[in-house]
Design a protein around this ligand. Structure first.
Ligand code: SF4
Ligand code: SF4
Length: 349
């Protein structure tokens, strides 16, 4: 739903009752904690991107050292992760080359099931970059007004693309094809081939990238995550079942509109009468951080109010828990041989 900030604020301010006094924020510094976790994940990811780049250059005899194969960059191949997960479910066989891509997809799915699309707003490095662009765009252009109807249309592609990707992975591609692909050189360098697209982008990538960047800046929001990312679309569908939601308490709300203004996904929190279950909610809790009125917004699960500190605890516990399980069952470190990587690199150029 679109939020016309000016009209929302004007209407909302007129509705504030004199007896309603905004109380000082009681908040646990949820926004700062979320940004700290995002920055940590972004730094870890960028370090692994540099390691992968060095391995790429080493395999092409352009540098003499390498620091081994990183694992976080397996997240660059989410399609491989989805294919691996479905193959694992169907056959019990696990990708021996890049199992971390499956583990990262599982992490996103579990986080979505427990706490909305929290993977998107608390961890995903691509989301962090596009959120930054959205904020920059919001400060420059103040976010151009988009009608509710146009916003629905703009937000729909991610869900349509997500369903299409799921259909291809679950119905079109046989597991036997994926299992055969594991032993190919191309699979061994699938993360490198994605990284290469960013380092040496072709014209189609430059055009698509410029459109997404332009949309994020002009619309003043993270348009990649809210409108286009197929993985975000899948996580959004899963998040519909999440018990952890933001709920507005109309009796406490002073209708100031600060929550809707803070929501980078432009969800109309200030007029919500039901728990926020839309596929667009990424569980960032910026609305709660912005709300000046005690208990006007609550984080709830199974009918119980959760303290704000529960959010980072859930995120970190799921992250560490799934990573530890993946280590224990061999779903983190892959074993591509140097020879396979070298042949793969020759293929992708
Ligand atoms: S409704 Fe609140 S938690 Fe959901 S995306 Fe908007 S600001 Fe974040
Ligand atoms: S929920 Fe909080 S921020 Fe949103 S309109 Fe009500 S008082 Fe303002």
């Amino acid at each position: 739903m679109s939020v016309n900030q000016d009209s929302t604020e004007t209407t909302a301010q007129a509705q504030v009752k004199p007896s309603d006094q905004a109380q000082p924020a009681k908040h646990f510094p949820i926004r700062g904690v979320r940004i700290a976790i995002r920055v940590l994940v972004l730094v870890l990811f960028l370090v692994d991107c540099i390691r992968l780049l060095i391995l790429y250059l080493w395999a092409q005899n352009m540098v003499s050292i390498n620091f081994g194969r990183p694992q976080l960059t397996a997240g660059l191949s989410p399609l491989a992760g989805l294919c691996d997960l479905w193959t694992w479910i169907r056959t019990g066989r696990m990708d021996p080359i890049l199992p971390a891509s499956m583990t990262i997809v599982i992490l996103g799915l579990v986080m979505s099931l427990i706490f909305k699309r929290s993977f998107c707003s608390w961890m995903c490095p691509i989301g962090t970059i596009f959120d930054g662009l959205g904020h920059i765009g919001h400060h420059i252009f103040r976010g151009i007004h988009v009608s509710a109807r146009a916003q629905k249309i703009l937000h729909a592609p991610k869900t349509i693309l997500g369903i299409a990707v799921l259909g291809i992975v679950m119905i079109v591609i046989p597991s036997s094809v994926i299992i055969s692909a594991w032993s190919t050189p191309f699979w061994a360098v699938s993360d490198m081939s994605v990284l290469r697209l960013f380092v040496r982008p072709g014209v189609p990538i430059i055009v698509v990238g410029a459109c997404v960047l332009g949309a994020s800046l002009l619309l003043g929001r993270n348009y990649w995550c809210v409108g286009l990312c197929p993985l975000g679309g899948i996580y959004g569908l899963v998040s519909k079942a999440s018990p952890t939601v933001v709920v507005r308490n109309p009796e406490k709300c002073i209708n100031c509109g600060a929550c809707s203004k803070a929501c980078i996904n432009r969800i109309a929190v200030d007029t919500s009468t039901k728990p926020i279950r839309t596929v667009d909610c990424t569980g960032c809790l910026d609305c709660m951080a912005a709300c000046p009125k005690e208990d006007a917004l609550e984080l709830r699960a199974f009918g119980h109010t959760l303290p704000l500190i529960a959010a980072p605890l859930i995120v970190v516990a799921v992250w560490v828990g799934i990573w530890a399980i993946s280590l224990a069952i061999g779903a983190w470190y892959g074993t591509p041989t140097t020879a396979l990587i070298e042949v793969g690199l020759t293929m992708i150029g």
